[in-house]
Design a protein around this ligand. Structure first.
Ligand code: ZN
Length: 366
């Protein structure tokens, strides 16, 4: 059984005006924020209308405490978010506004990721997807960033390791933006292997191959910064040549995927070419690896994905792979793939070169 963790309140986090993502830019016309709740609410609705949700277990999250948030964040930052949220709202990091009431929803997003991990670790379900909002992978120890307030994946991992006596967890971040916050949380920690496939050069402007961990964590952070225009071929090569061998060497007890759907070819924030079927194949690869390495314990927690029309079909494909159920529902651009996108989906030499650089890091994993 696959479970979906979600809560109506996730859709109530209000990022405000479109200009907040650009530092209040004076010449951007005020209007609807790119990160509308719609792209996530439509995922839930497509799961329901396709009939897949009825074949999954639904779980509700509980918020985590301020003390639990401090397993990654500074107490002063957590308190500052809480104070802003209790008042009129404000901003504590670039592109990461905290509206009135935002603290409770952000803490509930961490709790959703935690609930999904608990359900799998207690063997209540086979695998789990946490459809949380706001996302978390850009949030740093002392500030929010890029729509992320609290580090959902990192905090939930720390709590799960403590409560379930885990020694090794791997986090695979396939959001198109580098998972800088997750990387930072475990940069000197060899007990959590962090891997990020992302588009080179977009926000947050980090995630170079050379950033491979520090001190005891040296070798336990692997970045694969793919060039814009990468498609299914490049992503599968990154998984097969870097992520799979890294996971086999590291042998985690659970694999957590930071699942952004913004590498989809219609996403407004990046320039990658993935289709809903790409996410289906990538998910199947991760499920196979989890089955081989850690008893199938695979959890995904939602990150970005901003095309309200296509992102839901990417999520449906992922959850069809996780449940093993095919609904027969197709995304709206599937025929385009055959006619015009196929050539560009193949691995290109300049993409191959980046994957080769990341492959060279594997020998550092002990
Ligand atoms: Zn993203």
């Amino acid at each position: 059984m696959t479970c979906l963790v979600w809560d109506e309140r996730y859709f109530w986090y209000d990022f405000g005006d479109s200009r907040s993502l650009f530092g209040g830019h004076p010449y951007i016309q005020p209007g609807v924020h790119m990160e509308t709740p719609e792209s996530k609410r439509r995922i839930l609705n497509l799961l329901a209308t396709s009939g897949l949700l009825a074949q999954m277990q639904e779980l509700r999250p509980n918020p985590v405490s301020a003390q639990e948030l401090c397993s990654v964040h500074d107490e002063a930052y957590v308190e500052a978010v809480r104070a802003l949220s209790a008042g009129a709202g404000g901003t504590l990091g670039p592109g990461a506004p905290v509206p009135a009431g935002g603290y409770e929803i952000a803490a509930l997003a961490v709790g959703g990721t935690r609930r999904a991990m608990d359900a799998v670790l207690r063997a209540e379900v086979d695998n789990a997807y946490a459809l949380v909002r706001p996302p978390g992978h850009h949030a740093e120890r002392d500030r929010g960033m890029g729509l992320c307030i609290f580090a959902n994946a990192a905090i939930a991992t720390k709590l799960a390791m403590r409560e379930h006596d885990l020694e090794r967890v791997a986090i695979v971040d396939w959001d198109v933006h580098h998972g800088n916050g997750t990387e930072s949380a475990f940069y000197e920690d060899p007990s959590v292997l962090t891997l990020s496939i992302h588009q080179d050069g977009v926000i947050p402007g980090r995630g170079a191959v050379r950033d491979a961990g520090r001190g005891a964590g040296e070798g336990y952070n692997i970045n694969i910064p793919l060039p814009p225009g990468s498609g299914t071929g490049a992503y599968l090569a990154a998984i097969d040549r870097v992520i799979a061998p890294a996971l086999r060497r590291f042998r985690p007890e659970l694999i957590l995927v930071a699942s952004g759907l913004d590498a989809c070819f219609t996403d407004p924030t990046a320039r990658m070419l993935l289709l809903s079927d790409s996410y289906r194949i990538m998910s199947a690869r991760l499920l196979d690896l989890a089955g081989e390495i850690c008893g199938g314990r695979l959890v995904m927690t939602h990150e970005g994905g901003y095309d309200p029309t296509v992102a839901p079909f990417c999520a449906l494909a992922i959850l069809e792979a996780m449940t093993g159920v095919r609904t027969g529902v197709q995304g709206p651009y599937e025929e385009l793939r055959e006619e015009t996108l196929t050539d560009h989906q193949r691995l290109q030499p300049h993409q191959d070169a980046v994957i080769g650089q990341a492959e060279a890091l594997l020998s550092r994993l002990r």
